[in-house]
Design a protein around this ligand. Sequence first.
Ligand code: PFF
Length: 476
Amino acid sequence: MPPKTSVHGTWSTRWAFILAATGSAVGLGNIWKFPYITGENGGGAFVLVYLFCIALIGIPIMMSEIMLGRRGRQSPVNTMHTLAIESGHHPAWKYLGIMGVLAGFLILSYYSVIAGWALEYLTKASSGDFAGQTPDGIKTLFSNFIDDPKHLLLWHTIFMVMTFIVVARGVRGGLEVAVKFLMPALLVLLIILVGYSMNTNGFGEAVEYLFKPDFSSLGWGSVLTAMGHAFFTLSLGMGAIMVYGSYLPKDASISKTTFTIAAADTGVALLAGLAIFPLVIANNLEAGSGPGLIFVTLPLAFGQMPYGTLFGSLFFLLLSFAAWTSAISLLEPAVTWLVENKNMKRVTATMTAGITTWAVGILTVFSFQDGSPIKFPFNFVGEKKENGIFDLLDILTANIMLPVGGILIAVFAGWIMSREASRDELEMGEGNAYKTWRVLTRFIAPALVCIVILQLFGLLDPIFALFAPIIDLFSK
Ligand code: PFF
């Protein structure tokens, strides 16, 4: 039998959970990653696939993950173990939890390095470094910075220490308060930035770029990236939302909560896109320039706008906070597992998990320099570039581990858990809402993820060939 409440604590209210889960979801993924992968994958069609994935895969899986967490009330590893036994299945389901803990480690290792960029840019913005800079000047500022591993390592270390401190004190203490004020502030600032971008001459073209799909340029590699990003941005597939769900009071509605989180997360990503692409277009920058995109476009805007130093500092401050509240949730599954299974105190568990992640992060620190020794000569699907350790970790976690973890969560919630159990837990009755969730979770979400993954290896080519005449008919 799972425990009635988690030994690690409970959120004070449903809102506390919504804020914490939104804090986990809204992070670098929305503001840093979404714009640059949209630029790398050609805009509109990619955005549309991403939105589909949020609706058809992300939302049902988020409901499933919260539900499993609240029912199991332990670390993802023990939650899966207990729930599998409870429903008469093999305890090997706990390996799903273990994969999640591992994915969390790997993601946090590079996430922290990029969060370090945000911290560095906070100092640059507040010392007025962007004022009056040309696009080339800003690009040089960025490339000099990422060429300097010592500097990157310093910020990575500072960010990891910040993450330790909150996690060691228990998620509830610091996190609830931080998220309550900072998330709304970030939203306001993004809206101000969109307002600024609306007045540049690139706005109309940017809206078209983001929302007018051109499917001719969309390969399966891009579809996988869009799907992987739906998992990444909603923090799904690795147990982060499951642990947060394990602290959720019994009387909170899982479906309403999920919609609120998904809407906030998607809204922030789209606002970030609307703030950034007009600047890219107006300044003739390269949309597909990769992970440095926001660190080049936004400083340009801050350098030109009135009160740019103030807005720039606030923006990078809030971005750092958004990254912080996400990083905490990346570490939490590992910490709860160490506390439960290795009998560690919370502080020791946090140190153990944190130091390991920090050490793995050093690999990412060394992967951005020109001529960096750590390069992989092989190409991933649809890519023609040399991959550094950062690309490798990103693809492995976001595009493979999270979707695979997500499918398994869906399979567990839809097929292993009894209908009665999921209906009770979701409290939606037997109405259409529950039926839709169940169909999406049992069939649609797993099938879509499988299709994308199989097609990456061209395994579905014969089937698509059968449909080719119909597809041709529609594309005429
Ligand atoms: N959702 C976070 C973001 O968009 O920045 C990243 C993340 C947090 C991914 C927690 C996965 C996770 F479990």
